[in-house]
Ligand binder design. Structure first.
Ligand SMILES: Cc1cc2nc3c(=O)[nH]c(=O)nc-3n(C[C@H](O)[C@H](O)[C@H](O)COP(=O)(O)O)c2cc1C
Length: 432
C-alpha cells in the first residue's frame, strides 16, 4: 500500500500557516479517436458503427499530476472516473487510473449514482489514494440523464447516503469529500442547507464551484456566495472557479476565507500557475517533455499532445499552434516540433532537471465485494444488468455510445469542432 497523507492534517497545517491549499482540479474531457482497441468489443458486436469514436481523455492523469506537483500544487485530483466501470472492468481500471509512489496527496474522484458503486469503487482504489471524492458538479446532458454529477444535487438524501456510507466504511484518516455547485446564483439558503447536510455525513472537506449548473464559464464566479457558504460550515471548504494566476488564488482566499483553491482551465494552460508564473515558462514545457519521454508507452499520444497544445497557448503564435495540432500522430514529430519552435535546449531546469520519476505502481483490485453486493441488488438495477467483463467497458461506455449516436444524428453526420466536448460547458481550449 502507498504511504498515506492525511488530508485533514494537510488543511489544518495550511490554516496554521495562514495560507490555503493549492489544488489541481479533476479534469476529464471527450475526444474523438480514429480507432481504439478498447472499443473493439463494441465494434465486434456491431454496437458501434461510427468511423470515429468519442473516448475519455484524462487531463489530470498521473503524468500531468507529476508536472503540476513540481510547480507548487499541494493536492491533486484524478480525472472523474465512472464508478460503475471501475468496479466492473479491469480494462477500465487500467485505462482510467494509474499512480506511482510520489503521486500523493491524491484524491480519486468518482461519478456514481448509487451507494454500492461509490462504496465498492472507493474500497478498490483505497490502497492507492488519500481520499475519494463524489462528483456532484458535472452539468453535462449525458451525466444529468444518467443521474450523475449535478443531477445528484436534486436528491441530497441520496448524496448524503452515498457519502455517509463510504465515510462509515473507510478509516477516519482517509478523506471522503464531495464537489458541488451553487444551487442558486442569488440566494444561498438552499446551497447552505445542502452543504450543512453534506457536512453532517462526516466528510473531510467540500469543494464548491461558484456557479450554478446552467451557468457557463463566461459567468463570473460568485465569490460572495462562496464566502457565505464558508462561514456556514465548519469543515474545510475549497473554492473553485476562474483561477488563472496565483494572484487570483490569493484573492479568492482573502475574499472567501476558504481553505483551499482549486484551478482547472488555468492550470491546463499554465501548469506552473501555483508557483507564481503568470504564463507557462519554457522550462515547464521542457519538464513535460521529460515526463512524457520517461513515461514512454504509459502515456498516450493524445494526452502528451493535448497538454503541449494547452500549455503552449501563450508561447506559440496561432499559426504554429495550428501546425502543432495538425502534426501526424507520432510522438517524436511533436517533440521535434516543440524543440524547433521553443528554445528548450538553452533552458536550465534547476527545480526539477533530470528528475527520475518512480515506476508506475502495479495496482491490483478485487471485485469480490462488489460482486456480492450487486448479486443482492434487484434485477432491475442497471449495474447488475447483463454485464460481461470480457465484452464491454461497463455501462458508461455504452451510454456514451448512445450519446454519440444521438449527437451524430443531430448533426446530420457532420463532426462537431474536433469532437471536443468539455465537461463544463465551457469554451474550447484549443482549436485542433
Ligand atoms: C477540461 C475540463 C475537464 C473537467 N473535468 C471535470 C471532472 O472530471 N470532474 C469535475 O468535478 N469537474 C470537472 N471539470 C470542472 C472543473 O473541475 C472546474 O469545476 C471548472 O472548470 C471551474 O474551474 P475553472 O474556472 O478553474 O476552470 C472540468 C473542467 C474542464 C475545463
Amino acid at each position: 500500500m502507498k504511504e498515506k497523507t492525511n488530508i485533514r492534517h494537510l488543511f489544518s497545517s495550511a490554516a496554521e500557516r495562514n495560507t490555503f491549499l493549492k489544488i489541481c482540479a479533476p479534469m476529464v474531457r471527450y475526444s474523438k479517436y480514429e480507432s481504439v482497441s478498447l472499443l473493439e468489443p463494441f465494434r465486434a458486436k456491431r454496437l458501434v458503427s461510427m468511423p470515429r469514436l468519442i473516448l475519455l481523455f484524462h487531463c489530470s492523469r498521473l503524468e500531468f499530476r507529476n508536472l503540476v506537483r513540481s510547480y507548487g500544487t499541494d493536492l491533486a485530483f484524478t480525472s472523474m472516473i465512472m464508478a460503475d466501470s471501475f468496479c466492473q472492468s479491469e480494462k477500465a481500471r487500467l485505462n482510467e487510473f494509474t499512480t506511482n509512489e510520489d503521486d500523493t496527496p491524491l484524491i480519486a474522484q468518482f461519478a456514481a449514482n448509487n451507494t454500492i458503486d461509490f462504496l465498492s469503487a472507493s474500497e478498490m482504489v483505497y490502497p492507492y489514494v488519500d481520499g475519494v471524492d463524489l462528483n456532484c458538479g458535472c452539468p453535462q446532458r449525458w451525466a444529468m440523464a444518467e443521474g450523475y454529477g449535478s443531477a445528484l444535487l436534486k436528491t441530497p438524501e441520496l448524496i448524503a447516503d452515498m457519502l455517509g456510507t463510504v465515510r462509515r466504511n473507510m478509516p477516519s484518516t482517509f478523506s471522503v469529500s464531495v464537489k458541488v455547485r451553487l444551487l442558486s446564483s442569488s440566494d444561498q439558503k438552499h446551497t447552505i442547507d445542502m452543504c450543512r447536510q453534506l457536512e453532517a455525513t462526516g466528510i473531510t472537506f467540500l469543494t464548491v464551484h461558484g456557479r450554478t449548473a446552467p451557468e457557463m464559464t463566461k459567468v463570473p464566479v460568485h465569490k460572495d456566495a462562496l464566502q457565505e457558504i464558508k462561514q456556514s460550515i465548519a469543515i474545510p471548504m475549497v473554492a473553485n472557479g476562474d483561477i488563472f494566476t496565483l494572484a487570483d488564488a490569493e484573492q479568492m482566499y482573502s475574499q472567501t476565507k476558504c481553505d483551499g483553491v482549486m484551478a482547472a482551465r488555468g492550470i491546463l494552460s499554465n501548469p506552473a500557475l501555483f508557483a507564481g508564473y503568470r504564463s507557462t515558462p519554457v522550462e515547464c514545457v521542457k519538464r513535460w517533455m521529460d515526463i512524457c519521454q520517461q513515461a514512454d508507452t504509459d502515456i498516450t499520444y493524445q494526452c502528451m499532445h493535448h497538454h503541449f497544445s494547452f500549455m503552449t497557448e501563450s508561447l506559440l503564435a496561432k499559426r504554429l499552434r495550428y501546425e502543432l495540432n495538425s502534426l501526424p500522430k507520432e510522438k517524436h514529430k511533436v517533440y521535434e516540433f516543440i524543440r524547433t519552435h521553443l528554445p528548450l535546449d538553452g533552458v536550465v531546469d534547476e527545480g526539477n532537471g533530470g528528475k527520475q520519476y518512480p515506476e508506475k505502481t502495479s495496482c491490483t483490485y478485487s471485485e469480490q465485494k462488489y460482486r456480492e453486493r450487486t448479486a443482492t441488488r434487484s434485477k432491475n438495477s442497471r449495474a447488475a444488468d447483463g454485464y460481461d467483463p470480457e465484452a464491454s467497458e461497463g455501462n458508461f461506455f455504452q451510454s456514451k455510445r448512445v450519446e454519440l449516436d444521438e449527437t451524430a444524428a443531430a448533426q446530420n453526420g457532420e463532426d462537431s469542432v474536433d469532437g471536443v466536448d468539455f465537461m463544463d460547458g465551457g469554451s474550447l481550449l484549443f482549436d485542433e
